[in-house]
Design a protein around this ligand. Structure first.
Ligand code: MN
Length: 612
């Protein structure tokens, strides 16, 4: 009642929900229908209540305006009303109050009505309800809205909208869900306020904890700010339900790097209320055969991402490249991704090309801070995983040691990471795990082999199976290598180069089994290892010759493979030369008809680099 005896009647604004009405106040309502125990009225399209027949003062017809006093709001969201008939009154409109309930608090409100202001991160139409995945600064939850089986509910709600969702909190298959009563799209200042609030808080929450590394490392210390940047980008993607595609080199180093991050990401998605399982498309790990992002790979990734965008109303992904991604060869694929504004981050230890950075949001690479490939992708990946989700450490402590021996690191970090896990894995055991990964990945081809790979790496609970599996794979791999070498070694040819190094060549097309393990690169590496032992102390270069490629392995020659590739491309007209890799380990490709000439020029160039 006002001073001059007017009664204040409130009119509920369109976006208002249950949380905007107060007991004891009087509201304008419209009659919806009649039951024998009373009259149903609605205060707006979202808030309905019952006037019990004992509280009805006058006769009504459907659609008629009445005034009601809120007697009580029950815990289940039901409202008890009483009709009032004011003589003098003044209308006031209630504007929506921002909801102060956050998604992380829903677990304490099961069975109750809530209203939350959130961002729509995914809209998936099932054969039943429409599932809106919503995020705020505290987490991710699903809101299920049903109009008719398989029919899109609230078609006006779009991906990326800020919305007010009201409904009942339920448990479904052990996961929280809001059973939607209403969703209203926020606009103007309301939208801006919610957007800003969520954005600012997520940005803060995404900032990784500042932890010391697992071992002492000058290079890692210098890389820390950029690693934290990458960790923050990944955490932010998780908190906003942006899918992540992790592309990695398909060798032991690349696999350990990627699985460490996969582990951290899936744990963090689960903790923040999301569903990291395959069908949710939030995380995908995909090995690449080539040490760069092939057009074939980016095409496949875009194809899936765009279909998910259309079919599941899913955001476009963040692409994370590990143990590859930092060279010119990646750029054609990056140009494709850029058409769709897909952000890319790289964690690599291959010698980077400067031009590539123009395509990247962030790029961790030891070469940027005076380090080299000895700080492997697996080391970087495991430390990055701890920045993303610190508790992951207990599962992945041994990954850097496996990566170090797998990639033959000679950096000071290698013995430190080996020492770190010496009580659980010896150096030989780390080598075995690395070999088992390489062997199994060969047969997995383009598949991630998620569960098998977890068993090989020993992060599934059954440790006995882990040991038996590694043992079996190692003996199979060694048998295959032995077979290969007994066929190949007698065909190795030798020559002396002007720089004093010994050059060995093996034709892996003619004198090695094809389409089986070990593949040409590994065969060349195994041949090289034997020759290095035989010629201890001398500089050794081994070339594995294919019909249109050469694999290069070397010791004690200070060569620069990416530089040679560039020179050969210019000098051998019509050679079609490309390729790359590390400075001293890599491969080059060319057209078959120019094989002789390219190989001859390549050998000349190798002979010109200084030998130790
Ligand atoms: Mn590597």
């Amino acid at each position: 009642m006002t001073d001059n005896g007017e009664m204040i009647v409130y009119r509920l604004g369109t976006p208002c929900g249950l949380s905007d009405i107060e007991e004891g106040k009087i509201y304008e309502a419209k009659v919806q229908g009649f039951a024998n125990f009373g009259t149903f009225v609605y205060l707006n399209s979202r808030v309905k209540g019952l006037v019990h027949k004992s509280n009805i003062k006058t006769r009504h017809s459907e659609g008629e305006t009445v005034f009601v006093k809120v007697l009580s709001i029950r815990i289940n969201g039901n409202i008890d009303l009483q009709e009032v008939v004011p003589t003098r009154y003044r209308l006031e409109t209630v504007t929506k109050q921002p909801s102060n309930i956050r998604l992380s608090e829903l677990k304490d409100r099961v069975g109750r009505q809530v209203s939350v202001d959130v961002e729509v991160a995914q809209i998936k139409q099932t054969s039943g309800p429409t599932i809106f995945t919503v995020v705020d600064e505290t987490g991710t939850e699903d809101a299920a809205a049903f109009v008719e089986a398989g029919v899109r509910a609230f078609p006006e709600v779009q991906l990326g909208d800020m919305v007010s969702v009201s409904g009942e909190v339920m448990m479904r298959n052990n996961r929280l869900q809001i059973e939607v009563g209403n969703i209203s799209v926020l606009a103007g200042e309301e939208r801006e306020a919610v957007e800003k609030r969520i954005e600012r808080a997520i940005d803060e929450r995404a900032q990784p904890e500042d932890l010391p590394f697992m071992v002492e490392s000058e290079v890692l210390n210098l890389l820390k700010p950029e690693m934290q940047r990458v960790a923050k980008i990944i955490r932010k993607a998780i908190f906003t339900a942006q899918p992540i595609i992790l592309r990695h080199h398909a060798d032991a180093d690349g696999i350990t790097a990627a699985v460490a991050v996969e582990r951290a990401v899936t744990m963090l998605i689960r903790e923040s209320g999301g569903d990291p399982d395959a069908e949710s498309h939030l995380f995908k790990r995909a090995p690449s055969k080539a040490p760069f992002y092939e057009i074939e790979d980016v095409t496949r990734d875009l194809d899936f991402a765009l279909k998910d965008f259309v079919r599941y109303g899913q955001k476009l992904p963040l692409i994370l490249m590990m143990d590859n991604g930092s060279t010119e060869e990646d750029e054609p694929s990056y140009r494709m991704a850029r058409i769709y504004d897909i952000p890319i981050v790289v964690v690599d230890h291959h010698h980077p090309d400067e031009s590539t950075d123009a395509f990247l949001e962030a790029h961790v690479n030891p070469y940027h801070v005076g380090g080299d490939f000895g700080v492997t992708a697996g080391m970087l990946g495991a430390e990055l995983a701890r920045m993303i989700y610190p508790p992951v450490e207990r599962d992945i402590r041994h990954f850097p040691a496996v990566a170090a021996v797998g990639d033959r690191s000679e950096a000071p970090e290698r013995p430190r990471y080996l020492d770190l896990v010496a009580d659980t894995y010896s150096e030989d055991e780390c080598k075995e795990i690395a070999l088992a990964l390489d062997y199994e990945q060969f047969w997995l081809r383009f598949n991630d082999g998620r569960e098998i790979v977890k068993d090989i790496l020993g992060i599934n609970p059954d440790k006995e199976r882990h040991r038996r599996l590694v043992k079996l794979l190692v003996s199979e791999a060694n048998l295959a290598i032995e077979n290969q070498l007994s066929a190949s070694m007698p065909h190795v040819t030798e020559q002396e180069l002007p720089n004093g190094s010994k050059l060995f060549t093996i034709d892996v097309e003619m004198y090695a089994h094809r389409f089986t393990f070990p593949p040409p690169g590994k065969t060349s590496g195994e041949v090289h290892d034997i020759l290095c032992k035989r010629h201890a102390g001398s500089p050794v270069v081994t070339l594995g010759l294919g019909p249109d490629f050469v694999v290069i392995r070397s010791r004690g020659v200070m060569m620069n493979i990416p530089l040679m590739v560039r020179e050969l491309r210019d000098e051998v007209i019509g050679g079609g030369v490309n390729g790359g890799g590390h400075l001293v380990v890599g491969s080059i490709k060319f057209v078959e008809g120019m094989r002789e000439k390219v190989i001859k020029e390549l050998i000349t160039k190798i002979g010109e680099f200084p030998a130790e």
